[in-house]
Write a protein that binds this ligand. Structure first.
Ligand code: GLN
Length: 446
């Protein structure tokens, strides 16, 4: 059938071009065969998709970009994956990523950096680097990523693809390797809004295996594609197009905003407080949660387990010393520090208070406006190596994407053009569970 042929060709294409891009960590050689047997399943009929390597796939190695999980083969599928498979999808392979989703460029992977198909000297964004690159390079029709502080939206922006971070709780996190559980959310990356809507329709909904998944009814995302935007009130957040934003990005962004008003949308400019502080809040909260989530990698239950004769303590230290990369160790130390007695109030509790302020500010703005608009990323994709020497400059890349994460709100990155041959994304941020409005706006940018 058609899908089987497609899967076969994509596997060949991956073999011929992915050596350079490095967007896949593992490839599922059985994909073509599986596609044949899934061809009768509605609505995807054997469609091959790529899956971020932090999302569990039964029988396919799942490493989260880390040496510590090398060789780990999950005995079950994440709910998002099992739903896609039931709908006829086939997993073509697992995509490269920053180790445990910690990064914004894809360079923190234990399996080497991913390259941007638009310009191979540049990064494709992270942490879902391989999902963005694979979709942009035509190695997969669509992909699953996961977004904690921007990891779906950033690679979408840098690779000229569409990427959606759903509302917190909209998609089950069961089977997603945890980074910062209060913000982690699985989301699709695709080449059209239609494909995003289709993927979301399949993966959204309550899951008894994830107590944070929402029981709110799943809306008709396909119908949202044909929605009308005229008469909508939206706002550009001034702080997101000011200092620190590349001029070329601002120009393209304002051009897209003009196009949106041309559709009969009423566009205001507003100010939102606490956005500057949200970056610090995010990195404290995310590191604190990561330090707790990553305590389970002890060399006994999963992955890496070298021969060792000492006691458990020295074994544990050795496994973690060898298994985790530098950035992961930094975050575990930062998080442990922020949670320790004496610093808990000063750091962690304060970060939670800022998080609340950001969420309240955004919800006040969203009570007046249907959507808030900003650039997705402050710059076009940087060159490989440009950000690695200075972690703070890497963290700063997330200023635009982090507020939605802190507040649990949905946000979609729409490709709005290129500067000097490099893609730029516009981010639309919506009300909780209002993915339909994001899709309606995005569908106007085909
Ligand atoms: N760059 C951010 C971080 O490293 C966000 C990554 C993500 O969303 N997983 O935490």
């Amino acid at each position: 059938g058609y899908s089987e042929e497609l899967a076969r060709r994509l596997l060949e294409r991956i073999r011929s071009v992915d050596g350079e891009l490095n967007s896949f960590i593992s490839v599922n050689d059985a994909a073509a065969e599986q596609s044949r047997s899934s061809s009768g399943r509605e609505p995807l009929h054997g469609l091959p998709i790529a899956v971020k390597d932090s999302i569990s796939t039964r029988g396919i190695e799942t490493t989260a970009g880390s040496r510590i999980l090398k060789g780990y083969v999950p005995p079950y599928d994440a709910t998002a994956v099992s739903r896609l498979i039931s709908a006829g999808a086939v997993v073509l392979g697992k995509t490269n990523m920053d180790e445990f989703s910690m990064g914004s460029t894809g360079e923190n992977s234990a399996f080497g950096p991913t390259r941007n198909p638009w310009d191979k000297s540049r990064v494709p964004g992270g942490s879902s680097s391989g999902s963005g690159a694979a979709v942009a390079a035509g190695l997969a029709l669509a992909a699953l990523g996961a977004d904690t502080g921007g990891s779906v939206r950033c690679p979408a922006s840098f690779t000229g693809t569409f990427g959606l971070r759903p509302s917190y709780g909209r998609v089950s996190r069961y089977g997603l390797i945890a980074y910062a559980s209060s913000m982690d959310q699985i989301g699709p990356i695709a080449r059209s809004t239609r494909d995003l809507a289709l993927m979301l329709s399949i993966i959204a909904g309550h899951d008894p295996m994830d107590s944070t998944s929402s029981a709110a009814p799943v809306q008709d995302y396909m119908a949202a594609l044909n929605g009308d935007v005229s008469g909508w009130k939206v706002a550009v957040v001034k702080e997101t197009v000011g200092e620190g934003i590349d001029d070329r990005v601002s120009r393209l962004f304002w051009g897209a905003v003009d196009a949106i008003s041309g559709l009969g949308v009423d566009v205001d400019e507003i100010s939102v407080r606490w956005l500057d502080e949200s970056l610090a809040s995010y990195y404290v909260v995310a590191s604190a949660e990561a330090s707790s989530n990553l305590a389970r990698y002890d060399g006994i239950r999963y992955g890496l387990s070298p021969q060792h004769s000492g006691d458990w303590r020295s074994y544990f230290s050795r496994v973690r010393g060898e298994g985790f990369g530098r950035e992961v160790k930094v975050r575990i130390m930062l998080g442990t520090y922020a949670l320790s007695a004496g610093y808990f109030e000063e750091l962690y509790l304060k970060a939670l208070k800022v998080r609340r302020l950001v969420a309240d500010e955004l919800s006040a703005a969203l009570s007046k406006y249907r959507l808030l608009l900003s650039p997705t990323m402050p710059t076009p994709p940087p060159r490989l190596g440009e950000k690695t020497a200075d972690p703070l400059s890497m963290y700063m890349m997330d200023v635009e994407t982090i507020p939605a994460s802190l507040a649990g709100l949905p946000a979609l990155s729409i490709p709005v053009g290129t500067v000097d041959g490099l893609p730029v994304g516009l981010q639309a941020l919506g009300r909780r569970m209002d993915e339909p409005s994001l899709l309606t706006l995005s569908a106007r940018f085909e």
